[in-house]
Design a protein around this ligand. Structure first.
Ligand SMILES: *[C@@H]1O[C@H](CO)[C@@H](O)[C@H](O)[C@H]1NC(C)=O
Ligand SMILES: *[C@@H]1O[C@H](CO)[C@@H](O)[C@H](O)[C@H]1NC(C)=O
Ligand SMILES: *[C@@H]1O[C@H](CO)[C@@H](O)[C@H](O)[C@H]1NC(C)=O
Ligand SMILES: *[C@@H]1O[C@H](CO)[C@@H](O)[C@H](O)[C@H]1NC(C)=O
Ligand SMILES: *[C@@H]1O[C@H](CO)[C@@H](O)[C@H](O)[C@H]1NC(C)=O
Ligand SMILES: *[C@@H]1O[C@H](CO)[C@@H](O)[C@H](O)[C@H]1NC(C)=O
Ligand SMILES: *[C@@H]1O[C@H](CO)[C@@H](O)[C@H](O)[C@H]1NC(C)=O
Ligand SMILES: *[C@@H]1O[C@H](CO)[C@@H](O)[C@H](O)[C@H]1NC(C)=O
Length: 346
């Protein structure tokens, strides 16, 4: 499994970057308090979606790709980095998609030296590539301005999607076949965005529209790639709808609070950081009652619900496959049966 993305998937890569905590590190308490009991660099109280997958697949929890103690990439690598953007100009501090792709190429070279060409090709073909990226690009794009026209939004979406498409094609060229895309979350429902845009409770509508434009375009591109690229298989996980539903209807899903973050200070607990330096913050007594852990990120309990939907859920949450189906898919059988179908048609 190879993991690309932002803070939603980052197991602590940013701890190995020469940046300050403000620029994207979760290396102070109470981050990690629920599961790890120390701050690992994950932006939550516990495990993230890729950690749950690793467990389901019988793999160890993720160690950051940049961790110098991490040299075994035969089971995969996690390149995700909090604050990571698709567009290179957006955030110079963390690992943007291009940099993550560069690291992936280094891993491909290492594996080729270690396993040889044939086995590496097979490994890359059978691996699952999971990604969560784009949300930070949009949060930087809006930067406190709600006065952005829909054509301007669409133009920006096209550039972000264009770059994601290029990156996906590059991974395909290197041998990747099985792609799991998590779409961009309900940005307007994030406690930080509600606070920044003075929401009186509702999710900030224009941000919801922006995220939806991206998600529609991503779904369309994935569908096209499956047609255009032989053997390309994918799933689209509707993180947007699943998380929005929990933020707006917390009790329906066993939560008590869907708007305020468990950890933070100020309006929606989203104006001061969670345990950051001397900023005042409050910490809820039971994170399991909250959808959001901090101003931007779900709690482990929320992730554990989402991951179950993604792993074995039905078509309105993840399509055209769920994660278990994609992970178990045997690409070689799949491709040869397609060829047989073609022969039959002939
Ligand atoms: C880390 O960043 C600081 C500030 O940008 C810089 O002064 C320092 O030389 C950097 N250290 C390394 C090891 O790159
Ligand atoms: C947001 O806009 C303000 C004012 O235009 C600017 O000073 C700031 O650097 C911008 N922030 C980002 C993250 O682009
Ligand atoms: C919003 O954008 C419109 C059209 O570009 C402009 O006329 C208007 O002055 C802007 N309003 C604010 C508050 O910036
Ligand atoms: C990728 O993003 C850059 C801006 O960083 C943009 O100039 C370029 O057109 C985008 N590429 C595609 C294929 O959309
Ligand atoms: C939110 O309210 C503050 C204080 O009234 C104001 O300064 C700020 O411009 C408002 N932000 C937006 C996005 O409307
Ligand atoms: C798929 O191929 C069609 C026809 O060549 C092309 O118009 C479209 O842009 C391609 N889609 C992607 C995502 O590359
Ligand atoms: C998906 O469908 C199921 C049953 O049809 C429903 O309970 C669930 O709320 C739907 N989920 C979403 C995210 O729409
Ligand atoms: C889905 O997977 C979870 C986690 O492995 C499991 O607890 C649950 O029973 C599964 N549900 C179905 C319907 O298979």
């Amino acid at each position: 499994m190879f993991v690309f993305g932002d803070s939603l998937f980052d197991p602590g890569n940013n701890n190995f970057l020469n940046i300050s905590a403000t620029q994207g590190k979760a290396n102070y308490p109470p981050y990690g308090e629920t599961f790890f009991h120390y701050p690992t660099g994950r932006f939550s109280d516990g495990r993230l979606i890729p950690d749950f997958f690793a467990s389901f697949a019988g793999l160890p929890l993720w160690r950051p790709y940049l961790d110098p103690a991490n040299h075994n990439f035969v089971v995969g690598a996690n390149f995700a980095s909090a604050g990571a953007c698709v567009l290179v100009e957006n955030n110079p501090n963390t690992l943007n998609l291009q940099i993550q792709l560069g690291f992936f190429k280094e891993v491909v070279n290492l594996l080729t030296q270690q396993l040889g060409d044939t086995d590496t090709k097979k490994l890359l073909r059978e691996a699952t590539y999971i990604s969560s990226i784009g949300g930070v690009d949009y949060m930087i794009f809006v930067n406190s301005s709600s006065n952005i026209t829909e054509p301007a939004m669409q133009e920006y979406v096209n550039i972000v999607i264009g770059n994601i498409t290029e990156a996906t094609k590059e991974i395909y060229e290197l041998g990747g076949r099985k792609f799991a895309f998590q779409n961009v979350g309900p940005l307007g429902c994030y406690p930080h965005m509600k606070a920044e845009f003075n929401s009186t409770g509702e999710c900030v509508q224009f941000l919801q529209i922006l995220a939806t434009m991206h998600n529609n375009a991503l779904a369309k591109v994935a569908e096209e790639l499956e047609i255009n690229l032989s053997g390309f298989k994918y799933l689209m996980f509707d993180f947007f709808t699943s998380l929005m539903d929990r933020a707006n209807n917390p009790t329906k899903h066993g939560f008590k609070v869907g708007d305020n973050a468990c950890c933070g200070g100020g309006v929606y607990h989203a104006q001061n950081g969670c345990g950051f330096l001397t900023e005042e913050y409050e910490l809820c007594s039971d994170p399991n009652e909250f959808v959001f852990w901090d101003a931007y990120h779900p709690t482990e309990h929320c992730y554990s619900q989402l991951v179950e939907l993604l792993w074995n859920g039905t078509g309105n949450v993840t399509w055209p496959l769920n994660m278990k189906q994609l992970y178990d898919l045997d690409i070689d059988t799949e491709v040869s049966s397609q060829n047989i179908d073609l022969l039959d048609d002939a």
